[in-house]
Design a protein around this ligand. Structure first.
Ligand SMILES: CC(C)(COP(=O)(O)OP(=O)(O)OC[C@H]1O[C@@H](n2cnc3c(N)ncnc32)[C@H](O)[C@@H]1OP(=O)(O)O)[C@@H](O)C(=O)NCCC(=O)NCCS
Length: 244
């Protein structure tokens, strides 16, 4: 369901609000990846129509920050889909906020502070992308035990960077895995339902394993390998699941 946009009093130009960036993704991803920088303080409602992106009812009444990040994510999705030949294909909000991609396409969106990214691919049953700015130490100590089990804490300690980088990294990779699997699993699962079994800082890969059955096809013991990289204080995690 879409509804007309009520313009905020202020208007800004597209160029002030958002710019596509050269994608930071490492080579070898079999799909399309787009990345942009955006300035939430330059957001105005008219940007949705200027960018030809429908504003869903769920977003129209949201605070400015939420509207700005949603728009930035959909802008990246529009650019990524057009690389695959989908030029006028709005991405609606699906079940539990999961983006509704065109049939035969899997994709994922993430935003953090003033960045947004999107991946889409024809070649996997699921892809997940996450960007997360380094989590401050105070928050780490509050969330640590709901994100990591004891084995993962040990892996974090042996990780080359200080502990909080390891926690941010694992948090981000688990969010990417969640987004990749959600379209199959169709329900929420917990951070502690998945365990990181190894981090390879040289290859920038993380190996993860399901600790419990999530669905008939995705049973306990199923393993995944995700890629990660970092630009400045921002961690990127990308995980592809199930080649088509
Ligand atoms: C959904 C979730 C992963 C989003 O992460 P976030 O840190 O809030 O924000 P991000 O910017 O990285 O990602 C948000 C985007 O994820 C996508 N997303 C949201 N729910 C989703 C779902 N159920 N399935 C797939 N993608 C989803 C959306 O595109 C969303 O952006 P949009 O609402 O603007 O379209 C997170 O909020 C959440 O609910 N986590 C709990 C489940 C979880 O992570 N379990 C860990 C299992 S190992």
């Amino acid at each position: 369901m879409e509804q007309p946009i009520k313009d905020a009093p202020r208007e800004t130009s597209i160029e002030n609000f958002i710019k596509l960036k050269p994608p930071s993704i490492p080579e070898g991803f079999n799909g399309s990846f787009t990345e942009c920088g955006f300035d939430p303080s330059k957001y105005s409602d008219s940007l949705f129509s200027q960018l030809d992106i429908p504003i869903p009812v769920q977003i129209a009444g949201s605070v400015t920050k939420r509207k700005a990040e949603f728009l930035a994510g959909r802008y990246c999705a529009k650019a990524a889909l057009s690389e695959l030949g989908y030029f006028h294909t709005p991405v609606a909000i699906g079940h539990n906020r999961c983006p509704a991609w065109p049939a035969g396409i899997s994709g994922s969106i993430s935003h953090s502070e003033n960045r947004a990214v999107c991946v889409v691919s024809r070649n996997f049953q699921g892809v997940g992308i996450d960007i997360t700015h380094k989590i401050p130490g105070k928050i780490i100590s509050e969330i640590n035990t709901s994100i990591l089990n004891k084995n993962e804490e040990d892996i974090c300690k042996s990780y080359a960077d200080p502990t909080q980088d390891g926690v941010t990294l694992i948090f981000s990779m688990k969010e990417a895995l969640f987004k990749a699997l959600y379209p199959q699993v169709k329900k929420y699962f917990d951070f502690l339902d998945v365990e990181v079994v190894a981090i390879d800082p040289k290859k920038q890969k993380i190996q993860l394993r399901l600790i419990r059955d999530l669905s008939e096809k995705l049973g306990a013991g199923t393993e995944f390998i995700g890629s990660y990289w970092k630009t400045g204080e921002c961690f990127y995690s990308l995980l592809e699941y199930g080649p088509r």
